[in-house]
Design a protein around this ligand. Structure first.
Ligand code: CAA
Length: 387
């Protein structure tokens, strides 16, 4: 029996900033952001979108394909948690009408959280093949206005259904994990924005990629030329590009071209949306699936990285007719529907979103109908509504 990814749902908020506008406002050469960083736009969440509402909205994309009574596990990976105690997954479980006997919780290890969830879900479904698992990554990357990390912000969510005999990608046995207690990027409890040692974080990311990729190859006997595509956590597109260059530098021309072309396809969505932390690697997967032509049984390698730090490399095989399980038109409409913000509008929305709304103040959303949003707190309890 094969277990893997059966459905992928995606959500990003309805506003964005253009990197050329941001470069002009920060007195930078636009090519630094467009070429040096590799980003074109970044999604911006206002006060009414958070990890919970984005996770619900991503899952709504495929909810009609799910047998709700068979969902035994719901895991949310996030580093934009809304509560220090109650799991974001409980609000989501309630909105999705999942059964009371679902096991549900939130996991945190920076951007690695969703991969941790997928590995737990894979093993769970292998033991309980009649059940499925939903794994969500949902995050808002915030470094602050006029900071070095500002150009690498973003917001969004990916939701994945893991089940037996999946329609999109089976998950192979074997993985290589690597961890170290370091301080490249973190967010203390008293800070609404991340703190980062930017240049160090770039070096550590590449170091973790080398460790996990080499260990995976040794463990499984696989070679770079076996892969149709290598996917990366994309804090910004240039970061993954650098890792991909390391992977392909000694390969023949055909392998180099295939992995470079498929990297470009995998980065299309991140280039438009920015960093969505836990879900970023899975946005790369969605982008590859919807922007490349993959042969049946194509082998896909995935490198997950969470600062702090935890890395893991694993792989999957593409299922025949996977295209039929995708929601390509809806996903592309989701990206195209966003409204462009001027830089002063973005700064105002950004700063307001950092503030906890006064208790009892009802928030209104300008999202399209059907979407969920955070509507404020009543007696300090977070309220979520569907528009
Ligand atoms: N035209 C073309 N390229 C230009 C250019 C121009 N006019 N001007 C500069 N560049 C290039 C630079 O040469 C550099 O390229 P290389 O990386 O190849 O050297 C690139 O643009 C970026 O320039 P800088 O390094 O000078 O940029 P910076 O110091 O202003 O900040 C950053 C870049 C460190 C990534 C910063 O945005 C940041 O701190 N981001 C957040 C941290 C981050 O994302 N780290 C990634 C690894 S950690 C991780 O993956 C976890 C996570 O999600 C956070």
């Amino acid at each position: 029996m094969q277990v893997g990814i059966d459905q992928i749902g995606f959500y990003t908020p309805n506003k964005y900033v253009d990197m050329v506008d941001l470069a002009h406002a920060r007195n930078e050469d636009p090519n630094k952001f467009l070429i040096g960083i590799g980003q074109r736009k970044m999604s911006v969440a206002d006060q009414t979108q958070d990890a919970v509402s984005m996770g619900i909205n991503a899952t709504l994309r495929y909810l009609d394909q799910v047998e709700l009574a068979k969902v035994g596990l719901l895991i949310v990976g996030t580093e934009s948690g809304v509560d220090q105690s109650k799991s974001a997954s409980l609000f989501i479980k309630s909105a999705l009408n999942l059964p009371v006997n679902v096991r549900t919780f939130e996991v945190k290890e920076a951007c690695f959280g969703m991969t941790a969830g997928i590995m737990i879900a894979r093993d769970y479904v292998r033991l309980h093949p009649n059940h499925s698992a939903i794994v969500i990554g949902a995050d808002i990357a915030r470094y602050g206005v006029n900071t070095g990390g500002e150009v690498t912000q973003g917001a969004g969510s990916i939701s994945i259904l893991i089940k037996a005999d999946p329609q999109i990608m089976t998950l192979n046995d074997g993985h290589s994990a690597y961890s170290a207690d370091i301080n490249d990027f973190w967010r203390p409890n008293d800070s609404p924005v991340a703190l980062v040692d930017g240049k160090y974080s770039k070096n550590v990311y590449l170091d973790f990629f080398k460790h996990t990729y080499t260990a995976y190859q040794t463990q499984t006997g696989s070679k770079t030329s076996d892969f149709t595509a290598l996917l990366y956590h994309l804090p910004f597109v240039k970061m993954g590009f650098k890792a991909n260059q390391l992977a392909i530098e000694k390969e023949d021309e055909e392998t180099k071209k295939r992995l470079a072309d498929n990297f470009t396809a995998s980065a299309c969505y991140s280039k438009e949306i920015g960093n969505i932390y836990t879900a970023s690697l899975y946005l790369s997967l969605l982008s590859l699936l919807e922007n490349a032509q993959l042969p049946e049984n194509a082998k896909i390698g995935l490198f997950s990285y969470g600062s702090g730090a935890m890395g893991e490399f694993y792989s999957g095989q593409i299922v025949n007719n996977y295209e039929q399980a995708l929601h390509k038109t809806a996903d592309q409409t989701m990206i195209a529907r966003r409204q462009k913000l001027s830089i002063p509008e973005y700064e105002q929305i950004f700063n307001r979103a950092l503030q906890v709304p006064e208790d009892g103040l009802e928030l209104a959303s300008d999202e399209q109908s059907g979407m969920w949003y955070f509507a404020g707190t009543e007696n300090h309890v977070r309220q979520y509504r569907q528009k």
